[in-house]
Design a protein around this ligand. Sequence first.
Ligand code: 6PG
Length: 238
Amino acid sequence: MSDAELHVHGTAGELSAAAGEAIVESLHNGLVGGWAAIALAGGRTPRGVYEYIAEQHADLPWERIHVYWGDERYVPHSSPDSNYRMARETLLDLVPIPELNVHPMPTNAPDPDDAAWAYEHLLRDASGDRPMLDAIILGIGADGHTASLFPGSPAVAERDRWVVPSQAPDEPRRRLTLTLPIINAARAVHFLVTGASKHEALVCALAGGDCPAALVQPPDGTLTWWTDSAAISGTEGN
Ligand code: 6PG
């Protein structure tokens, strides 16, 4: 079981800076081997961290950094719901990363399972048979989901495929998600969790309870929780 590190910050700015620096360090660790690969989370929480990295670390060797996604809503990349669009607006359009290094999950195949297999092949071609993520950024939902691994979803039980379609309880329901085998093979997992609404899910995950986020236990990697006092206490503004 991973030795998790828990950080609690008083403000969103402090959390973005601390998590941003740690994520950049994970990239530097990967770059020692020549290139680095990171999988991004979607949703709202990562925005501040991405903006921080764009502001403070545009000088990274982005030509040697490859960006993937941990999950995606099965919508056009131009959709306001797209995790790809969010990452472009807050990070990727603001740093000199070559287009060939940006690997969005495809969302235009009629059958999401075909898109999932296409992304899996892309990941496997890039990494050989050993999942190669130097860092993965994850969020957590109030129900304890992470990426698009929702409670009760067959995607949570997947132990062979690296990418599968999944269904969210709310719109946009159709998703693609990395699975636990590739998530837990990452060299560094960074969870970003803020707000009182995430308190119960955070407790479940930290205590190894019955929620998908608790299954993120990278045996050979580091597991770091970047939280704020509201998520820890369960009350806002204390
Ligand atoms: C997504 C995310 C998802 C997210 C959590 C938290 O596609 O929505 O990947 O797993 O991390 O739902 O979302 P917020 O950061 O918006 O609270």
